[in-house]
Unconditional design. Structure first.
Length: 345
């Protein structure tokens, strides 16, 4: 069994389609050709040189290595890892079908494999940093094998998607020509994962409320934090101004558990808002939200904001200079500049 990294578009635009249809698509625009007709990878490369005549040879060589697997290398029983671009989560499935070509299908959905998504919305922070580094490869498709990744991800699957509490010797395997070790990783994703790991180490359980309150204060809110214990759907009350008499008045619920938040938690917050006369609510969940909550985003748009791990880190970075010194000491960051690179496809 091999493990393959797949991406659902540069900005995750195809992610919902992948999950709802239980498929992975090779989303190469305009590639309306049966890939099973090519006998060798070199034959495919020559075809792509002509088909994408404006592209450079190195680019075509890179694309060939990503296009070839869906028809020729990925097998039934292999696992596929789909890092979400919509939330700080990872989806994992098992390949169930052979390569399918949809002649004259809707562009770019000409090529697919059927998938059983047996594990969705796994928090990124559950994975070790070196595994996340591999999952940050600047590729649409590649094989994940470095640092014994296959065995370690299997062990996580047996342990409720948490790294087992034991010493694991990491073995640097010999790099293959087609695995992730040959590809550049997205430094922004790698840096964000490192920050996320540090935050969850520093702000476990009720300490996450301290971080959210600090961010709200940096944004100009006066806050009141409830006592630790059964919060009945409320952790923080916030309103603008030095005395907190301004609007909007916000009720905040913070969750730092290892599982995504479910619908009853959202409903509870809406009820608390009414009891406190708050205009809006903020539900911050470090490990994201279940689909029943995500489906309510539109319905609650004018009442409630949902912050997952990505949102929390985004707000942290945007307001970092205004945070109190204690938070800065616990999350020491520095800004650097680097050249921006983008996906070839």
């Amino acid at each position: 069994m091999a493990i393959w990294l797949f991406r659902a578009g540069k900005f995750g635009g195809y992610e919902t389609k992948f999950l709802e249809e239980s498929k992975i698509y090779l989303t190469w625009e305009g590639l309306d050709v049966n890939l099973s007709s090519f006998k060798t990878q070199t034959e495919l490369y020559r075809f792509l040189l002509d088909f994408y005549s404006d592209a450079k040879k190195n680019t075509i060589r890179n694309w060939t290595g990503q296009i070839w697997p869906i028809a020729k290398r990925i097998n039934k029983g292999d696992w596929v890892v789909l890092p979400s671009k919509l939330k700080s989560a990872i989806h994992i499935g098992e390949i169930k079908g052979e390569y399918k070509y949809v002649k004259k299908g809707e562009d770019p959905f000409f090529h697919y494999r059927e998938v059983d998504w047996f594990a969705t919305d796994i928090p990124r922070s559950n994975f070790d940093q070196d595994i996340l580094y591999s999952l940050g490869a600047f590729m649409t498709v590649c094989k994940i094998s470095r640092n014994n990744a296959e065995e370690r991800i299997k062990e996580m699957s047996k342990n409720k998607w948490v790294v087992p509490k034991k010493e694991v010797e990491e073995i640097e395997e010999k790099d293959e020509a087609d695995n992730e070790s040959t590809f550049e990783s997205d430094l922004e994703i790698v840096a964000t994962d490192q920050i996320a790991k540090h935050i969850i180490d520093q702000f476990r359980e009720h300490e996450m409320e301290v971080l959210i309150e600090a961010i709200l204060k940096a944004k100009g809110y006066t806050t009141f934090k409830t006592q630790v214990g059964p919060d009945k759907g409320l952790d923080i009350i916030a309103a603008p101004g030095q005395l907190g008499f301004g609007s909007p008045k916000i009720c905040v619920q913070v969750k730092s558990g290892i599982t995504p938040v479910d619908r009853p938690t959202l409903d509870q917050l809406v009820g608390v808002m009414q009891n406190f006369g708050a205009e809006y609510g903020l539900l911050a969940s470090w490990n994201g939200f279940k689909r029943t909550v995500e489906q309510e985003r539109a319905n609650q748009f004018f009442k409630v904001r949902l912050w997952d791990q990505q949102d929390i880190i985004k707000e942290l970075l945007a307001n970092y200079e205004k945070l109190n010194e204690d938070i800065k000491l616990r999350i020491p960051l520095k800004q650097i500049w680097t050249l921006s690179t983008s996906d070839e496809d």
